[in-house]
Design a protein around this ligand. Sequence first.
Ligand code: PLP
Length: 411
Amino acid sequence: MAFVNENYLKLPGSYLFSEIARRERQFRSENPDCDIIKMGIGDVTKPLSSAVVEAMHQAVDEMSGQKTFRGYGPEQGYEFLIEKIIAHDFTPRGVKLSVDEVFVSDGAKTDTANFQELFGVDTVFAVTDPVYPVYVDSNVMAGRTGLYNQEKGQYDRIVYLPCNVQNGLKPALPDVKVDLIYLCYPNNPTGMTLSKDELKTWVDYARNNRAIILFDAAYEAFIREDGVPHSIFEIEGAREVAVEFRSFSKTAGFTGTRCAYTIVPQEVMVYDSNGQAHSLNKLWLRRQTTKFNGVSYPVQAAAAAVFSEAGQRQIKETIDYYMANAAIIREGLENAGYTVFGGINAPYIWLKTPGQTGSWEFFDKLMREAHVIGTPGAGFGASGEGFFRLTAFNTKENTEKAIERIKTRLS
Ligand code: PLP
């Protein structure tokens, strides 16, 4: 008899997006002619840039030539891509990285979910609340948590760091000792960022407690303000305590193409029960070479084209387009009297629902009265209750129309 991994049974099921879909389906069946604008999904809407597509075409042609065909590539990625990543994304910010510290993968979801494998099952980990659910669920599957407490909307044995109006949606340091901390900035779902000084308090905490920070910078390309750190490695001392996840998904429209990378500095150490230090970089290399066979050559060639002059110009145009939408949402909602967070350095706008309106109640109201669909904050954690997420991934026309409807139709 095959026994189930009972940790999987702790998961309440991916309630959020299936419940949104269910409510939308029902509303559509009752209102078949209704023009619904979707502002809930965190997926890009603009196609790949021409520089990327041309490079991918060329790479596909190479794959059909006897001499230019490529089979298995290096598990950690081709050097032609890694060198470009370092030269464009890190060196200009004063961050020195070596080629063996960059691991190319098929997604930041994959890497943020898998990275926890390198840590002991008793490792105490902290997440912000609200949070990108992948960090939590992957640790649940690995048995690093207790049961899900339905009433609290939280798992036992996870240290939650609430982000609310009182703390300006910036988490305080944990009041219990933790070993592992997931941080995501610019943040999904709140759209908030941390300053260099704020991020330094986390790096200092990690250094003082031999903790490790898993820093998800999937939305780095959306940073608009000066002084906001693009990489945790801009912070002094971070090389000893941090791992960083990056992705081409939102940066260059690769959500359906799949390419990302993870930085694991040589200095980061984990400890065995005898207190002996082990290199996290070596362990991740061991893990990847065992379980992963690399990203396809055409996709890595396409990712490399993101760094060409044309590629950089084209992805900037697209991100500028999304961020113009973010400004429309943010300013429109502020003018309508809403308390709004994010949307300045991220494609997400996190709004406080009016009065005591619950997240799901607001979802229904928005759908029924304005025909706009967003994401209830409660779906990202207990502290997300009373908040709502809208995304800038849409056309300008739809974004303007949606905000106008929210202003004029909501009772
Ligand atoms: N990290 C965060 C915070 C995200 O919001 C997402 C996608 O929505 C990802 C990672 C996933 O990125 P990828 O498409 O590279 O798997």
